[in-house]
Design a protein around this ligand. Structure first.
Ligand code: F6P
Length: 536
């Protein structure tokens, strides 16, 4: 992180941190409009943050000093900014709606991107129209996506989010966990003759996915009594044609993507196939357009009016200036119930790093812990801690002006809570207010709300494919911006490797016939022995 620019942010924090949001609002009648910006169908009101115009200026200067504009251009133009893997980072090409070529090592990737999208569209229509028939001639009624991490969280979250647009006669399921219960329970809900398995894995080597795929294949063959059935019931989404073929899936039924698409950024690639089957190619295209709108906004808007940049800077303010360990994502929309889980991978796998781009340990906090649940559920669970606990938890409140299910006054009630919560968090309730309400003196400290809790409010007219795509792109670019400012590599994930390697060693020890000579630490050795003893 640029030291001089950060020092000047810190100096400004020292000036403002004692000022309560109540005072900031009272002093500045234009505060709400001053700190509200719009893009791609979204309004971001960030006025309920612990900022002043002077502090925002310093934060924006931090972005400038981090060379953010150059990095944005480098990403969009296909430079190999994923240095530790020597790869370009071009998820933005997947939704590029312009005619401009995008070059990777001198080759325009757009024809391939469009070809895969066309192939996905043709296949999706066959399935949706009942023209893709299973081995026994029946139409597909169930889609089971087998993948994990980026090959699961994105399409699973998007499928749930876009439910109002989905074809209800085809049910999509998502199997990720290597725990056999996940596959077993899913298979109980589907009929083999009418099930399409999509094996989604960028590498096609991931232990969980390959294990689930093999067990699903065995189940299908057993149910249909013919190994030839696999051809009609299994397709693959991958970058690895060789492994797909080795698994036994005809590569004509493979939907490809490329090493310049990171797993957690892969939803708008072929990884989105289950979503496209569910909502159809036209709605999928609308989603890509929504992504693209936010991409263009990010690439062209001045930082002071740039939603991803502003949200990134606010996150840095709290993580580095106030020691906030986490932030909560609180969508007031049941369809977005899996958004926080999706953002956990996006943010924490991207920016959960402690080594900077020069190989040195960073002397400051980087990626925060992301968590959240839909409102209003969370209000009856963990909001207590946000309102009156000892930690600072900045929150993103996400809501919509209209509902897909206009039943009675549900939506007004939902949104009344949405608006009330950010008001309560910001302004709290003073001891004087409690006393004015005749609260017994003994209870006053307990019934006082300090307030001053920072929130962002993200509001759109409706949850549509368009606003959904823009929302995902907003968080992608926010995470990117923070990685640039923290001077870390956001597009690799070496931290997941060690556990994988150790697990494969432990696996041989768990399944060995004879008691293996265990050479782990005393704790791991004892736990493995305990497990082996119990399963015999
Ligand atoms: O283990 C982490 C990870 O590599 C993620 O980055 C990725 O999204 C996930 O595993 C799944 O990988 P694949 O799509 O190659 O199966």
């Amino acid at each position: 992180m640029n030291k001089a620019a950060w020092n000047s942010v810190e100096a400004e924090i020292a000036e403002t941190q004692a000022i309560h949001l109540r005072e900031l609002f009272a002093k500045d009648p234009d505060r709400a409009s001053r700190f509200t910006i719009e893009a791609a169908g979204w309004t971001l009101d960030y006025s309920k943050n612990r900022i002043t115009p002077a502090l925002m200026k310093k934060l924006l200067a931090l972005a400038e000093a981090s060379d953010l504009k150059r990095w944005i251009d480098a990403m969009f133009s296909g430079e190999a900014i994923n240095e530790t893997e020597n790869r370009a980072v071009l998820h933005t090409a997947l939704r590029n709606q312009s005619d401009s070529p995008i070059l990777v090592k001198g080759k325009d990737v757009m024809p391939d991107v469009r070809a895969v999208l066309d192939k996905m569209a043709q296949f999706s229509e066959l399935v949706r129209k009942g023209k893709w028939l299973g081995h026994t001639g029946k139409r597909i009624k169930y889609v089971v996506n087998i993948g994990i991490g980026g090959s699961d969280l994105g399409p699973a979250m998007a499928y749930q989010s876009m439910k109002p647009y989905s074809k209800r006669s085809i049910a999509c399921h998502f199997v990720s966990n290597v725990d056999a219960s996940h596959l077993a329970e899913t298979l109980r809900e589907v009929k083999a003759e009418q099930t399409l398995f999509i094996v989604a894995s960028k590498t096609f080597t991931t232990q969980e996915t390959m294990t689930n795929a093999e067990s699903a294949r065995a189940w299908l063959i057993e149910k249909l009594g013919d190994s030839k059935a696999v051809a009609k019931h299994f397709v693959a989404v991958s970058t690895n044609a060789e492994k797909v073929a080795a698994f036994g899936i005809d590569t004509t039924n493979m939907f490809g993507f490329w090493d310049w698409v990171g797993g957690r950024y892969s939803l708008p690639s072929a990884v989105g196939l289950p979503l496209m089957i569910a909502i159809g190619p036209a709605n999928y295209k609308k989603m890509l357009k929504g992504y693209y709108k936010m991409d263009r906004h990010f690439a062209t808007a001045p930082f002071s009016r740039n939603l991803p940049v502003v949200m990134a800077l606010l996150g840095i303010l709290y993580a580095n200036g106030y020691g906030a360990e986490s932030y909560a994502v609180l969508p007031y929309d049941q369809y977005l119930a899996r958004l926080a889980a999706y953002l956990q991978q996006l943010d924490m796998e991207s920016n959960g790093k402690s080594i900077d781009r020069h190989g040195n340990r960073v002397p400051y906090s980087t990626g925060p812990i992301v968590w959240g649940e839909p409102g209003t559920n969370g209000q009856h669970a963990f909001y207590q801690l946000i309102h009156q606990g000892t930690r600072m938890i900045p929150c993103d409140f996400i809501g919509f002006c209209t509902s897909h299910n206009a039943i009675s006054d549900h939506h007004d009630k939902l949104m009344a809570n949405f608006f009330a919560q950010t008001e309560a968090l910001a302004f709290g309730k003073t001891a004087e207010q409690c006393r004015a309400e005749s609260v017994p003196e003994k209870l006053v400290p307990h019934k006082t709300f300090e307030g001053n809790h920072p929130t962002n409010t993200l509001l759109a007219d409706a949850l549509t494919p368009d606003t959904f795509g823009a929302l995902v792109a907003l968080y992608e670019h926010k995470v990117f911006t923070q990685g640039i400012i923290w001077n870390i590599f956001s597009f690799d994930q070496w931290g997941v490797e060690l556990g994988k390697v150790l697990a494969s060693k432990v696996l041989t020890e768990l399944s060995a016939k004879e008691q293996p000579a265990l050479k782990h630490d005393a704790s791991t050795n004892a736990l493995i022995r305990r497990y082996r003893a119990a399963k015999q």
